[in-house]
Design a protein around this ligand. Structure first.
Ligand code: CDP
Length: 209
């Protein structure tokens, strides 16, 4: 059982998943991609032809789903690793993620998973530093220029990325915002190992590693 958590937030394409995964590997900690959970709920709602704007119905469904994120993203045992990255999910996930009851269900699982880890967990998302783990060992906010973020998204169009960012920062339930005490790292033009080193350096300087 461990409550050691490095919490990482940031907008789409800021490098969260790549940096968090590399950091977890470097530390020998677990890695949790919380965005995959909201995508998994969205996929399940679309699969059942639910109206994603029907908040009570989607929340009821979310409560029943067995979701894993590692090594594969699965919903009730079905591998949806690729299916959660489609345009359909990109469009609908913002609505599902704005549903406070869905969030409550996901946040409870995230806290439990981190508590169950032996060593520690690197967790990335939109509300991890502000809502899910406000007392994290270290909080990091990643940014990057709009051009670079759009480039990194590859398959997803720049307009879709911009629309998700707008929805994530302006929603009422747990909007994306920078925690006051977060280490802010601009990843524009930087390699992943370089960003990981900066975070490791911060951990060391605070005597946390
Ligand atoms: O694809 P990208 O890495 O930008 O996003 P993601 O981490 O896969 O998350 C997909 C969507 O889930 C985001 O646009 C948010 O709407 C939502 N999300 C959230 O609300 N809270 C989190 N902790 C993680 C993701």
């Amino acid at each position: 059982m461990s409550s050691r958590v490095i919490a990482i937030d940031g907008p789409a394409g800021s490098g969260k998943s790549t940096v968090a995964r590399a950091l977890a590997e470097r530390l020998g900690w677990a890695f949790l991609d919380t965005g995959a959970m909201y995508r998994a709920v969205t996929w399940a709602a679309l699969d059942r032809s639910l109206d994603v704007a029907d908040a009570p119905a989607v929340a009821r469904l979310a409560d029943t789903l067995v979701i894993t994120t590692r090594p594969l993203v699965t919903v009730d045992g079905r591998d949806v690793t690729d299916e959660i990255r489609t345009d359909q999910v990109n469009v609908a996930v913002s609505v599902v993620a704005a549903n406070p009851d869905v969030r409550a269900s996901m946040v409870a699982r995230q806290r439990q998973w981190a508590a169950d880890e032996e060593v520690g967990t690197v967790v990335e998302g939109r509300d991890i530093t502000t809502v899910v783990f406000p007392a994290a060992t270290l909080k990091v906010f990643l940014t990057a220029s709009a051009e670079e973020r759009a480039r990194r998204r590859g398959d997803e169009s720049a307009s879709s990325v911009a629309r998700r960012d707008e929805a994530d920062t302006t929603r009422e339930a747990s909007p994306l915002r920078q925690a006051d005490d977060a280490l802010v790292v601009d990843t524009t033009g930087r390699e992943v190992p370089d960003v990981v080193e900066e975070i490791m350096g911060c951990l060391a300087s605070r005597h946390l590693s």
